[in-house]
Design a protein around this ligand. Structure first.
Ligand code: ADP
Ligand code: TRP
Length: 509
């Protein structure tokens, strides 16, 4: 802990009872420290800063909650709201651009999410995640009263951070397009890792390889086949448990296409014109003649993929949020048309922090297979090393003796994600900021951490390489389970819309 006088003074002046917890090692975020200490997420106090028209406000909520920004906007009666970035926080004088318990002594308005007072105590970080402070509820309330605050109701449960005794997500579903290139760490931390974690705690998980979606770009038969097999083998190596999750191939369940045709009628053309994938193509100069209808209709097929299984949550990366939200719009419009609560509205389950949208090695755009700015998982060691060594770092740092910037620096974002040796990460960051370590050492350590973290997955992947039978068995089993649910849904939909009735002969063949 930063033992300087000011800190001590601050703690001594609190006039409340508190306990300091020594985590015993440094973690990059409060979530990880709580997990390590086996402290429930609901006790974690999260301090956030938002920019609004009249300046900055601080919001206190719990680790297991997500902020409903629309609601926050209404409560504050503002038109604009955005979470402040680390750089902005740095400029505002928060050390390292991070908020912690000491930030509360700043002069900004404080809002407290009412759920904070629903638990008996809170635990939050001091000036690093190495030391935490624990405060009983009554004491916290007293302390906040002295600072002046307004209590508001502004959050909903974050499905990815529920304590095991409080899981309310029962069914999850997600898909991945087999578009030719191998998985990268962005896919892993943004989507695959949470998917593998969720399969352990929910009642039903459906994951599938979206081969029909791949047709927008992959139009060579052999290539498509190879992509599908590699995709399933990658998932097995990364922890897919076929006894827990149904893993299937989209085209093995015809109900996806059947429902897509139906759903297309409940969403206007103008909504699809606003979808990022389509707009990006146009912005990159593609003409209408060069964009196939598969790409334009992609979000409708995706809505069908999702809604057939009536999941509570869809674990994906940030770039897929718009798609999941469109599926909610479609579901609502369908429900309204027939006056029934037929499709539950699926929640996008998106990681918080850097994992939601892992930056690419170019330091500019999100890591993406099609942009070639990736760090792979299963490639040869030499390739991974090359990918890491060519990664963009702080452009203003010319010599190893120049003080460097850690915040937002891709190489340190990757360290935070991959490197399990948090003391090493902490030491590297400190030396980087002091100009006492070269980029090469930072990158070599990241390479070693990558090899450590993914060694068992890589080993497993090597063992099952080319094992088509294994892939086929899993896909067949998965398709059976998926079809059972999907066919029931499509029957129900047909009945609701008036296609399945005594005149219908579709079940006779
Ligand atoms: P890519 O952009 O590399 O082609 P996909 O579209 O196949 O990736 O995405 C597969 C899953 O991985 C999706 O859930 C997507 O949101 C997630 N994902 C892709 N890239 C990233 C990234 N850079 N950071 C976090 N999640 C990502
Ligand atoms: N669009 C997703 C991707 O590119 C793949 C996908 C297709 C998907 N259908 C889905 C994801 C349904 C979640 C739910 O990765």
């Amino acid at each position: 802990m930063n033992e300087n006088k000011k800190v001590k003074e601050f703690l001594d002046n609190l006039k409340i009872k508190y306990r300091i917890i020594d985590v015993s090692k440094e973690f990059s975020c409060l979530t990880d420290a709580l997990r390590f200490l086996n402290i429930k997420y609901r006790y974690g106090l999260k301090i956030l800063a938002y920019k609004i028209e009249r300046g900055i406000i601080l919001l206190l909520t719990r680790e297991d909650r997500s902020v409903d920004e629309k609601r926050l906007k209404q409560i504050l009666n503002v038109n604009f709201i955005e979470e402040a970035s680390n750089n902005e926080l740095l400029k505002l004088g928060f050390p390292n651009g991070k908020l912690n318990f000491f930030s509360l002594k700043s002069k900004f308005e404080i809002y407290v999410d009412s759920v904070v007072f629903d638990v008996g105590k809170i635990v939050t970080n001091l000036d690093s995640n190495r030391f935490l402070i624990e405060i009983e509820r009554e004491e916290l309330e007293r302390f906040l009263k002295d600072l002046g605050f307004r209590e508001i109701e502004v959050s909903f449960p974050n499905p990815l951070l529920q304590d095991s005794d409080n899981i309310n997500i029962k069914t999850v579903l997600s898909g991945i397009t087999p578009s030719g290139k191998a998985l990268h760490i962005g896919n892993y931390y943004g989507a695959v890792k949470p998917q593998m974690e969720l399969q352990k705690v929910v009642d039903r998980s459906y994951y599938f390889v979206a081969d029909l979606h791949a047709l927008t770009t992959v139009q060579k038969k052999e290539e498509l086949e190879e992509c599908i097999i590699n995709n399933i083998l990658d998932f097995i190596a990364l922890g897919l448990d076929p006894n827990k999750s149904a893993y299937f191939r989209q085209s093995d369940v015809p109900a996806h296409c059947q429902l897509a045709i139906v759903l297309a009628n409940y969403i206007p053309f103008s909504f699809l014109k606003r979808m990022h994938a389509f707009k990006d193509k146009l912005e990159k100069g593609a003409t209408y003649d060069q964009i196939n209808m598969g790409l334009f209709n992609y979000p409708i097929l995706m809505a069908a993929d999702i809604l057939l299984y009536k999941p509570d949550g869809v674990p994906v990366g940030e770039d897929q949020r718009q798609h999941v939200e469109l599926s909610r719009d479609i579901a609502e419009r369908f429900n309204d048309t027939y006056g029934k609560d037929f499709f539950p509205l699926p929640e996008p389950l998106i990681q918080s922090g850097f994992s939601a949208k892992v930056i690419g090695t170019d330091g500019k755009r999100k890591m993406s297979k099609s942009l070639g700015n990736v760090i792979g998982i299963f490639e040869e060691e030499e390739i991974i090393k090359q990918q890491i060594m060519s990664c963009y770092t702080d452009p203003n740092r010319i010599r190893a003796t120049d003080p460097g910037n850690v915040e937002g620096n891709p190489i340190f974002i990757y360290h935070d994600l991959i490197n399990d040796d948090k003391d090493e990460v902490c030491d590297l960051k400190r030396r980087y900021e002091e100009g006492k370590v070269g980029d090469v050492e930072v990158k070599e350590k990241l390479f070693k951490a990558h090899m450590r973290t993914f060694s068992s997955a890589r080993e497993k992947r090597r063992k099952i390489a080319g094992n088509k039978d294994l892939a086929k068995d899993i896909l067949c089993e998965g398709a059976k389970k998926a079809r059972e649910v999907a066919e029931k849904s499509i029957d129900e939909v047909y009945e609701i819309i008036g296609i399945e009735n005594e005149m219908s002969c579709r079940k006779m063949y």
